[in-house]
Design a protein around this ligand. Structure first.
Ligand SMILES: [Fe+2]
Length: 128
């Protein structure tokens, strides 16, 4: 699976949701499973929303100083993801689309988790 321990934030709910996101991305990148791609994209679309809103709620509730800035990253990403989803649903799998998923979904998630979610996790855990 694409998720690895190095992506752990130490906040259980967030880590479990991140793992689920990566499980779905694994399905998307599995070429032997193309009939499940559409379903995975639709699931991801909904699950990304849920995950972002849970994370934003934790940030607001804990008075994280970067709550607004972090939400902006999420909002921008939803737009990017939706575009990719529409394109993929129309065109189906192809090496080019798989590359885009790798870059746009996997790349973004990893960068976002390693920098911004980690930063929040450090703050959140320091409150306990
Ligand atoms: Fe986030």
């Amino acid at each position: 699976m694409l998720w690895s321990k190095s992506l752990e934030t130490g906040i259980n709910l967030i880590d479990e949701q991140h793992k689920e996101l990566f499980r779905q991305v694994d399905i998307l990148l599995d070429q032997s499973n193309e009939n499940r791609h559409k379903e995975a994209l639709i699931f991801l679309d909904k699950y990304i929303q849920k995950h972002f809103s849970d994370e934003q709620k934790m940030q607001a509730d804990s008075k994280y100083p970067k709550t607004v800035q972090h939400k902006k990253f999420h909002d921008d990403y939803v737009i990017v993801f939706r575009k990719l989803k529409e394109k993929y649903l129309k065109e189906g799998p192809s090496p080019a689309n798989n590359m885009e998923i790798n870059k746009t979904v996997v790349g973004w998630l990893k960068d976002h988790i390693l920098v911004h979610d980690r930063e929040f996790a450090t703050y959140y855990k320091s409150l306990k």
